[in-house]
Ligand binder design. Structure first.
Ligand SMILES: [Mg+2]
Length: 378
């Protein structure tokens, strides 16, 4: 590939941002009122740039914002003077330097890919082939809440056109069944994903599945009902419920995906760039499809920067059947200008270079009391 001499990384700036959610995001393993994320901007010597985002979720990936900032301070200097055309090699290098910091790596990988695509005037989805570029429908996530709150949240989304409800469950199986039954009776034509976030035992999950069956609910997927290492229970739940199972926390690397395939532990793998970094996420997706399993794609609490990168995988690769790309809709503000956009539950692709978006000014600001950090010349 021809390298243009003025496309070298000259600066990597990163800063913490607070992105409040409109309603407490409660899952079996934790609660968030604010997404404590990090934005990254890579600047090239010709003035071009690219954006990335880290959205650490400690209960899933073991990273938090402080560990991401530390990792970025460590990683950024090694990018100075490198060309963005080497994004593959840079990705491998980042994995070697920070193997257990996928969200931090993901933010840099995204910014480098975005800068590369802007420099070569292609949309990010083109990097993955650009084989499936069309509007796509996402589910909507309903956090763990009282029955009343669950219904009022779901009713609002239903009126906006959402029909696939990803229900956070796994703390109290009887209450979970009642919450889903309430929605089933109130909102015609809906279906469910039950995301246990590792909160159920095998028996509780079977009770949950039977409970849903009893009132006639449509359960499309059981996502990560039990702890990540218990692949045997995932396989048993598949057999005993005849409902497809999705592995989320169980698959954080290509090796994890191999184990899930070998043990017949899932029908779907939930791909998330924050769990593995961007390039490994694409590798896991290819592997999963070739192994005959299906793909879903999701995120942590992310703005349209990180989620745009995930959507680029959907548009660029084949085979993503279930989209859980809704978290920008759960945030109180949208700090991103341009890029893909939502029409009800439908994500509309973009056609501009890179992610096709930039950060808007007030939200470009740091979290209160914090500073930007920079490597290289400004
Ligand atoms: Mg999940």
């Amino acid at each position: 590939m021809i390298q243009m001499k003025n496309e070298y990384i000259q600066d990597v700036t990163f800063w913490p941002v607070d992105l409040p959610v409109t309603d407490p995001f409660v899952v079996a393993t934790g609660t968030r009122n604010v997404a404590e994320n990090v934005f990254v901007r890579v600047t090239l010597s010709d003035g071009g740039c690219g954006y990335g985002e880290a959205a650490p979720f400690p209960e899933v990936g073991g990273e938090d914002r402080e560990s991401c900032l530390k990792a970025l301070a460590h990683l950024a200097p090694s990018l100075m003077g490198r060309t963005v055309h080497d994004y593959h090699q840079l990705g491998r290098q980042l994995t070697e330097q920070a193997p257990s910091q996928p969200a931090a790596r993901c933010s840099i990988e995204t910014a480098v890919l975005d800068a590369y695509c802007r420099a070569t005037a292609i949309p990010l989805w083109q990097v993955w082939g650009g084989t499936d570029v069309r509007p796509r429908v996402t589910d909507i996530t309903i956090p763990i809440a009282t029955q009343e709150k669950t219904l009022s949240l779901a009713r609002d989304w239903y009126q906006r056109g959402f029909r696939l409800f990803k229900m956070k469950v796994g703390k109290d199986v009887d209450a979970d069944i009642r919450r889903l039954e309430t929605l089933h009776r109130a909102l015609p034509g809906i279906s469910f994903i039950g995301d246990g976030n590792q909160g159920f035992s095998r028996e509780e999950c079977l009770t949950f599945a039977k409970g849903i069956q009893r009132f006639g609910g449509t359960m499309v997927l059981l996502e990560q009902p039990v702890v990540r290492d218990d692949l045997e229970s995932l396989a048993a739940i598949r057999r005993e419920t005849c409902i497809p199972v999705a592995a989320d926390e169980s698959v954080r690397s290509l090796d994890d995906a191999r184990k899930v395939v070998t043990q017949g532990a899932a029908d779907y793998v939930n791909i998330k760039i924050m769990k593995s970094g961007v390039l490994e996420a694409a590798e896991i997706a290819s592997f999963t499809l070739n192994a005959g399993l299906k793909l879903m794609i999701g995120g942590m609490l992310e703005s349209r920067i990180a989620m745009g990168c995930s959507f680029s995988l959907v548009l660029g690769m084949r085979g993503f059947e279930v989209l859980d790309l809704d978290t920008p809709l759960l945030l109180a503000t949208d700090p991103v200008k341009g890029g893909y956009h939502y029409e009800g539950p439908t994500l509309q692709p973009w056609h501009e270079s890179g992610l096709g978006c930039s950060l808007s000014i007030p939200a470009d600001a740091c979290a209160p009391g914090r500073e930007r950090q920079s490597s290289g010349k400004r």
